[in-house]
Ligand binder design. Structure first.
Ligand SMILES: Cc1cc2nc3c(=O)[nH]c(=O)nc-3n(C[C@H](O)[C@H](O)[C@H](O)COP(=O)(O)O)c2cc1C
Length: 186
């Protein structure tokens, strides 16, 4: 089987990270893979913010924790109460993907870039997980205060993020595939 197909089938979400930072060369390749994703009309509507500063990561984590605590959603509240809470599982690198709201399809563009990022990371032996909650960051004042530091361009919205680092645990097995998700018409 081709290496690409193997990577597609074997990549899993990693939620237990070593504190060691990933190599600069790995990060460069991972970002490049994101930049080479397909995009509507080749608008490349994305913007990548790489955060490797532990103080900033801690402040983002705290802002998300407070959003969860005030969400009124019992599952989120419970999760945020955990002493060890981190929306990105204490990963040493976070890549936030934002998209230009004025472009044709910013969310699909950003999602494809994130998919490439996760696959490239896997191919290089770097674990990753998609972290959805970053989308909510700017719904709180605390989160908005981080806006300038994160340098998300004006008019861009966060569509997702990937936590990255070396896997500190066992490789998870793939969840079973749902039945009945394919219709073929010939
Ligand atoms: C749009 C999207 C949002 C996700 N958000 C989160 C998240 O916030 N936290 C998390 O731990 N995993 C998140 N995931 C990862 C999924 O839970 C994971 O992909 C799924 O359980 C299948 O497992 P696998 O990635 O190992 O195949 C997200 C995945 C996608 C595509």
């Amino acid at each position: 089987m081709s290496e690409v197909i193997t990577a597609l089938l074997e990549r899993r979400s990693i939620r237990n990270f070593k504190p060691d930072q990933i190599k600069a060369s790995e990060l460069e390749t991972i970002i490049k893979a994101g930049q080479f994703a397909p995009s509507a009309a080749n608008q490349q509507s994305w913007h990548f913010t790489v955060v490797q500063n532990s103080d900033l990561l801690t402040r983002i984590s705290k802002a998300i924790r407070n959003i969860f605590l005030q969400s009124g959603n019992p599952a989120y509240v419970e999760r945020a109460k955990a002493e060890n809470f981190s929306p990105f599982y204490h990963a040493p690198t976070l890549i936030i993907v934002a998209g230009d709201q004025k472009s044709i399809a910013p969310e699909p563009d950003a999602s494809l870039a994130l998919g490439n990022i996760q696959l490239a990371a896997h191919a290089l032996g770097v674990g990753s997980v998609w972290v959805h909650s970053l989308r909510q960051l700017f719904t709180s004042e605390e989160g908005q205060a981080l806006n300038q530091e994160l340098k998300i361009p004006e008019g861009y919205t966060i569509f997702g993020s990937a936590a990255l680092g070396y896997n500190a645990g066992a490789t998870p097995t793939a969840p079973p595939r749902k039945e009945g998700t394919v219709t073929t018409i010939k």
